[in-house]
Write a protein that binds this ligand. Sequence first.
Ligand code: ZN
Length: 350
Amino acid sequence: MTRSPSDPSPVPIFDGHNDALTAGHHASLQDGGGGGHLDLPRMRARGVRGGIFAVFTESREPHHDPEPRPDGTYARPPSPRVGQARAAALSTIAAGRLLALERAGAVRVARSGADLDAAAAGDGPPVAVLHLEGAEAIDPGLESLETWYAAGLRSLGPVWSRPNAFAHGVPFVFPSSPDVGPGLTRAGRALVRRCGELGIVVDLSHMNEAGFWDVARSDTGPLVVSHAGVHAISPCSRNLTDAQIDAVAASGGLVGIVFACFFLRPDFANDPDTPLQQIVEHVRHVAARVGVAHVAFGSDFDGATIPAALGDVAGYPRLLAALADAGFSRAEIRAIAWENWRRVLGAWWR
Ligand code: ZN
């Protein structure tokens, strides 16, 4: 991996959430040159040795980035439900893209902790965790979950920000508590239990607060929120309250700090002029409250407007430098950038 003068340490980097598989430039993931926030050549060049690659099915009426009201508040109703047949059809295509990249030798699809360790050591291509963002592709009887596991699925968010058979996603509201709507359904509780048995991470991003506590009480594994921010800094429904952050830490889990501008900012403006320091503030809040072991990165590259100061995945060395400037030690940066994700994924995968 490269090392620039601003690069505080050539630590391996793991990014907890990207939407590149379903982005417009997905055909250029292997060779680059197609734009977007993330592709494999840019990951390799900047020491981003791993990431969670989401498979997401858009509602028929696509969602748009939030536009605040004149008074600065924002409320968007939950997106319409997506049927299982449509989600299953589209998700198999997007997952197939990742498996084709693996066949071409451009990524290693992570099926075990050893795959992560090999990537951290610089042995072979970057490692990619196959993730379902919203479980609409899974039948409520969970029979297709076996197929997905066999294909390499190792992480699953029961919901995106809409309801489905399993749970209720949190709608985008600002300002708002994440306590919007009911918790897991009976099928959702069975899904969480089965993910624990198989060794598939349950990701609580986009889950409302009732569902979060249902999963916390299930004691299935360390709580993982792959891409979210701190509610005490930006009080929107998608961010985590301090009580939730405490629960994540008590379980041994982590929060991947999201780089989406509106979730970072106190005013919820979707403004690319958001300074890099605003990401550092969210990292610092979690680290100061519950410890460095429970904070990591979860960019949302190719799924959100991110600070221009970061730009794209190639901006990661600037973020590590900003953390070093903020007083984080090399060992702490290494934990945030890689080791926390390694520990938590390994705990679920056994
Ligand atoms: Zn998301």
